[in-house]
Every structure is written in C-alpha cells, then in structure tokens.
Design a protein around this ligand. Structure first.
Ligand code: DGL
Length: 259
C-alpha cells in the first residue's frame, strides 16, 4: 500500500485525456499531472530534445514523491521511455498508438494512423507496425498543427476542421475502417472526427488500455492506494492555466509553475 501520487506528464494538455481514464479506473489514487505546454509541441523536435524534456519532467515528478510515472505522450514514450526505465528506479507506463487491435480487427485491411512526426518516425513505432500491421495498408499521417491549435484552446475551430479534412482524405481514399489516434491530444477531437468520418470507421485510442496497465503495474509492485479517502488530484502547467482548466471542465484548480 502506497498513498503517494501517480505522476503523469505530457508535452501539454493532451495527456489529461489519459488522466481521465486513470481517474475513472482508480478513483482513490492521488494524481499529479504536469503539462509542459511551454515546450509544446514535442512532435517536430528531435529525439535528443524529446529525451531531455522527458528527463526534466520525470525529475520534477520524482521530486514531488510520485510512486509511478505515466508518460501520457506518444511522442515522449516512443522516443524516451527506454532511457527513462534504465535511469530511474520507479515504474513507468507509456502510451503508443493502438496499431495491434486496429490491425487485428480491420476487415478492409486498411487502417489510418494520425500521430506526430516524432512518433511516426520513431524506431518503436516502426517495430510495432512491422510486427502487427504486416500485409495491411497503413496510412500514416502527421497531424501537423493540430497540437498547436489544441494548446491554444481552439478545439472546435474551423482551422482544426480544415486540417482534419485534409489529413483524413488519403485515409478515406484508401478505404480504412479503423482510425488510430496516436497522440493524447487527439481524443479531444473525437466529436469533430465523428462528424467528418463515415459511420463505419471506428476510432481508437490507447487511454483506457494505459489505465488498465497502470492498475496492473501498481498491483504487481504492491503500490496501490488502498485507502478509501477522496483522492487529491493536482494539476501543474508552465503554460496558460486557463486552457488546462477549461479542458478539465473547470472542476480543478491548475497551478502555474515555471518548470
Ligand atoms: N500529446 C502528445 C503525444 O501524445 C503531443 C505531442 C506534441 O507535443 O507534439 O504525442
């Protein structure tokens, strides 16, 4: 039993979509979320920079006593999680595009993946795709500009809609039946995606699987918080706190910190 918080970080506000899943499955766990919005987007940055930023975020969360860290960012996971696991003693949970279930269930044998440049060009992504999507048509699309707009709070904007229409076109032309969201910011675009996509196309992201994995790893290491007290959920950002606050439906206070 361990009442210390689960630490969660992302390049910005997107990882809060993962936090939601963790909170839904583990409501008694204390959590500490940090949005590195001042450095968003990570996607176009090189591997070395993504590693350095991930180390900075990790050390911030460890200093605050976190017992486990969820890297709620596909870009940071695919580029840095191996090194984080090697360098620090606590368990890490990462997030990767859900290629395996999409590939397994696709009937048209064509799937679309919307993710950042950093994720799509990573070795880990290449390995997973070659392993599970062998023989399938995989339409990879960099969601350039989407994270920037979401970070500005422009989720329901015409700019985002236009970008999505452009990014989905080659996928629709290839007759995909699964769209994999490979960035934790993108679940916030699901209402818009449902408007734009034909009904038979399924959208999947990995947030729920990450929550289940978090629970399993806490159990394995005897780190679950078994108290039934109301949990404490803290949110920090080095960007504009109002944007994170709004995406959390104004239910939580968000603190600005210059980390
Ligand atoms: N939420 C991050 C991810 O899952 C966004 C990356 C970025 O900042 O470009 O990849």
């Amino acid at each position: 039993m361990n009442i210390n918080p689960i630490g969660i970080f992302d390049s910005g506000i997107g990882g809060s979509s993962v936090w939601r899943e963790i909170y839904a499955l583990l409501p008694h766990e204390n959590t500490l979320y940090m949005a590195d919005s001042a450095n968003a987007p990570y996607g176009p940055k090189g591997k070395e920079t993504i590693i350095q930023l991930s180390i900075k975020n990790t050390e911030f969360l460890i200093e605050l006593g976190c017992k486990l860290i969820v890297v709620a960012c596909n870009t940071a996971t695919t580029n840095a999680i191996g090194l984080l696991r090697k360098n620090y003693d606590i368990p890490f949970i990462g997030i990767e595009p859900a290629i395996k279930p999409a590939a397994l269930h696709s009937k048209t044998k064509a799937i679309g993946i919307l993710a950042t440049k950093g994720t799509l060009s990573s070795e880990l992504f290449y390995t997973t795709t070659s392993l599970y999507a062998h023989g399938l048509t995989v339409i990879e699309q960099v969601g350039e500009g989407l994270v920037d707009l979401i970070e500005m709070g422009k989720i329901d904007s015409i700019e985002i809609k236009n970008l999505l229409m452009m990014y989905l076109k080659p996928m629709l032309d290839a007759n995909i039946d699964y769209l994999v969201l490979g960035c934790t910011h993108y679940p916030y675009l699901i209402p818009l995606l449902l408007e734009l996509l034909p009904k038979h196309i399924k959208i999947i992201d990995s947030g729920e699987a990450v929550a289940r994995q978090t629970k399993a790893v806490l159990e394995k290491h005897s780190l679950l918080n078994l108290s039934h007290a109301v949990s404490k959920n803290e949110f920090y950002t080095n960007g504009n706190p109002d944007i994170l606050k709004t995406i959390l439906n104004n239910t939580y206070d968000v603190k600005y910190l210059d980390f």
